[in-house]
Design a protein around this ligand. Structure first.
Ligand code: SF4
Ligand code: SF4
Length: 274
């Protein structure tokens, strides 16, 4: 009965456009105790027994152009799709006779809020880890086998109890530190811990600048990550990523980056406009 319901929910999620779907029992938040209790799903919505997490991918060639309006639009598109998917899935579960609500993709009004308080009321990343979609990388994002960190996530909290998905045991992060080396604000620091010490205010402040320039978000730390089967489609050009900042500081028209420069030239404010 419960596994039949799980299959129906998973099928519906995929029909709505989810590329990945996972189920986390709320007990996992207390089991791992990685966030304050107020952020546990059963505190956010006290009826919650299960969190259904859905993911959609971000295309590497578009992300490669960041910061650009083209990536910004893709980011907005994924957010819109995720919120609609989660809303429809919650209604679907309601119609089966269970309580269910979608938690919004981006739970903040403006990036300036994140500079003061860089958290949302609920973490989709942690939920995705507990739902078996992946592990948390050095760059603080969810790494998946399929798309590395290039996924956007959303959650549905429900009182339906279904068999949980197994969590991913093996750390998917290979600790190459490319994300740290390519971060334009040096917001990620290596303190010997598997996950970087992150200066969230520094990251958020940079995002405020990009937002004002209509080329938000940054995403460099997910762009360069070599993890993910999506690399088989598009390849991985580590040296191009590593040399990008210095090369463009020296020559803003460096021909190696002509394709990215072209896209960055239009539709948003960039260094040539200042
Ligand atoms: S989003 Fe950009 S600024 Fe923030 S940590 Fe990642 S690379 Fe650094
Ligand atoms: S770029 Fe390397 S260190 Fe950073 S998250 Fe990906 S695998 Fe981990």
């Amino acid at each position: 009965m419960a596994s039949g319901l799980k299959q129906q929910i998973a099928r519906k999620a995929r029909r709505e456009g989810a590329s990945l779907v996972g189920f986390a029992p709320v007990e996992r938040w207390a089991e791992f105790a990685e966030t304050p209790e107020a952020f546990y799903p059963q505190h956010v919505f006290p009826f919650a027994q299960t969190v259904v997490v859905m993911a959609v991918p971000i295309f590497i060639p578009v992300l490669d152009t960041t910061p650009s309006i083209v990536y910004s639009e893709l980011y907005n598109t994924t957010n819109r799709i995720l919120d609609e998917m989660a809303y429809r899935l919650a209604v679907f579960i309601n119609n089966k006779g269970f309580r269910a609500v979608s938690f919004p993709r981006d739970g903040y009004g403006d990036i300036s809020v994140l500079i003061k308080r860089p958290e949302a009321a609920f973490s989709h990343v942690l939920a995705a880890r507990y739902a078996g979609l992946g592990t948390i990388g050095f760059n603080h994002t969810l790494l998946t086998r399929e798309y590395g960190p290039r996924v956007r996530l959303v959650s549905v909290l429900t009182d339906a109890v279904v068999p949980p998905d197994a969590m991913v045991e093996k750390d998917l992060c290979i600790h190459c530190q490319l994300c740290r080396k390519c971060c334009p604000t040096q917001a990620l620091a290596d303190t010997g811990h598997p996950i970087a010490a992150m200066n969230k205010q520094q990251c958020a402040s940079y995002h405020k600048i990009l937002k004002d320039e209509h080329r938000y978000p940054c995403g460099a730390c997910i762009k360069v990550c070599p993890v993910g089967a999506d690399r088989q489609l598009y390849g991985q050009n580590t040296s191009k990523y590593l040399r990008e900042k210095n090369a463009l500081d020296k020559n803003p028209n460096d021909p190696t980056y002509a394709d990215w420069i072209h896209i960055r030239t239009f539709g948003s404010i960039n260094s040539n406009d200042k």
